[in-house]
Ligand binder design. Sequence first.
Ligand SMILES: [Zn+2]
Ligand SMILES: [Zn+2]
Length: 570
Amino acid sequence: MKNKEIARIFDRIADALEFQGANRFRVVAYRKAARILDDLTEDVSVLAQANKLESLPGIGHAIATKIAEYLSTGTVKKYEEVKKEIPGTLLDLLDIQNLGPKTLALAYKELGVESLKDLKQVIKTGRLEELPQMGKQKVDNIRKGIVLYERAHERLSIAAAEEIAHELIAYLKKETRIKHISAAGSLRRWKETIGDIDILATGPNSRTIITVFTQFPNAERVLAAGTTKSSILVRGGVQVDLRIVNAGSYGAALQYFTGSKAHNIRLRNIAKSKGLKLSEYGVFRGKKQIAGRNERDVYKILGLIYVPPEIREDRGEVELALKNKLPKLVEHRSIRGDLHMHSTYSDSEATIAELATAADAHGYEYILITDHSQSVTYAHGLEPKRLYAQWKEIDRLNKKLRTPHILKGVEVDIRRDGTLDYPDAILKECDFVVAAIHQGFKHKVTERMCRAMQNPYVDIIAHPTGRLISSREGYHIDLHRVMEVAAKTGTWLEINAYWDRLDLNDTNARAAHEQGVSISIGTDAHDIKGIQWMKFGVATARRAWLASKDVVNTYTLKKLRAARKVNRKK
Ligand SMILES: [Zn+2]
Ligand SMILES: [Zn+2]
C-alpha cells in the first residue's frame, strides 16, 4: 500500500508551506489529507482505480489529482517544487523531533541556519535560545531531538545491518571457496544500532575473494581493495569491511573484531597477568602461538568459559566467566510462541490464518492474537462486536489447524484516565491480555501503567517505555516503579522485538529480571515478515542475560496458562 508514503509527502508539503509562511488553509488541507491517508485502511490505489478518491471526506479535487499523479509517476510535482525553493537540507531537518517548521523558518531567517551543522552551532552559542518565543526548555527539547536524529541517520538499524550482512555472506559463500565466514563487531553482538559492518573470513586465495567482494551486486562504491582487506559502500552509504585472515588466527581475529573494546581490554589484562599476550593473531607465550584457530580456545586458555558475543560488554561477564558462573542464555529455538501479533481485524496486513501458517513454519506451539482495542481508532481498534467475531474465527481456525494453537488476546489500550479500554467482563474471556499506552505520552504514564498492572486479567505490558529507536524518546516514566509493581502483581513486561522498538532494551530487561519480573517477547507483527523479528527480541533477551526460564515464551502452553497471575495461588 502506498498510503503512508503519500501521507508523508503531503505532510512534507505542509511543512514546506508552513516554513514559507503560506496561507494557513493550504497548510491545513495538506495536513488533513495526510491524516486521512494515514488512517485509511483501504488501499489508496484501489480507490483511485475506482475513481473514488474524491468521495473521501477531506480529499478535494486538487489533492486527488496529486494522489493519482504519485500513483502513476512515483513523484508529486508540487513536492519537487517546494523542495527546490527551500535551501540546503533544511526540509530534512524537520524530521528532528521537537523542531517545527515555524522555528526552523525563524532560525533560517534570523540566524541563517541552512544545515544541521548550522543548527547545532546556534544552539551551542546560545543564539537560538535568544530568539523570540524560544527559551531554554524549547531549545533543550530540540537538542534531544537532534541526538535521536543523528542516531537514526548515522547508524544502521540492526535489521538493516543483519539483512545486508546475510546477503553478502551468502553471496561470498556461493561465489568463492571461502572456508569460514562470520560477521563480527557490534552486529555479532546484536547491538540495536550498528556503525560499520565487519566481516571476517578465511579461504584460499584472498585476492580472488576480495575481487568477488568488490563485485557484490549491491556495492555502490569500492573504497579500498588490498590483498587481505577491502571496504565497500552498499545501499545508500553503509560501509562494509571484509578481512581475510589465516585459518590459524581466525578464532583470535573473530574474538578481537567482535569486541566490545571494554571487554577486550579486560581479556588482554588477564592474558598479561598470566604472562601471555593476546592479539588479533592469537594467544602467545613468548613467540609461540598457543591458541587462536578457534575462538573458544582463546577464552579457555585464559581461564574463562566461553562468553557469548551478546554479553561481551564488560558488564560483569568477565568476572563470572572466570568463575564458570555465567547464566545459560535463552536460545531462539527454545521459543514456543509469539505473544504479540496483529491481524487484519485492526491495522495489520496479515490475516489470522496467514499468521498461523507462518508461525507454524517457525515451529511455534501457540500464538497470541492481540489486536488494538476500540479507542485506538487510528489503528482500526476493535469494538466488542468485532472482537467477538474475531474469536469465532479463531475457534474455527483452531478446529481446522493442528498447530499452532491460536490464543485469543487483545492489546488493550491504557486510557488517559488510567482505565482500560475494555471492561473486565471482556478481558476475563481472553486467553491472555496485553496492555499498552498509545496516547497521552506525557500524561501520568507511570500511574496509569501501574494501575493497569493491578488488574488481575492484564498479563503483559507491551513496549513499556514507548521509545522508537530512530525517532522517538520514550514516555516520561519511572521504570523502577513499574518494575516493582510488575514484580508484585506478577505482570510480565515485554521485550517488543520489532527492530525499531526493542523495548524493553537490554539493560532495562536485565534490571526487570533482577527485580523478579518475568519477560515476554512479542514481535508486534503487523505482517508476515514481522514474525521474523523474534530473533531481535531473543538477542535483546540474551543481551539482558536472560535464561530460558526468565522468558515466558519458552513455556509450554500449559505452563504459560498456569503462570498467569489470575491462576497463581496467593
Ligand atoms: Zn502497541
Ligand atoms: Zn501492538
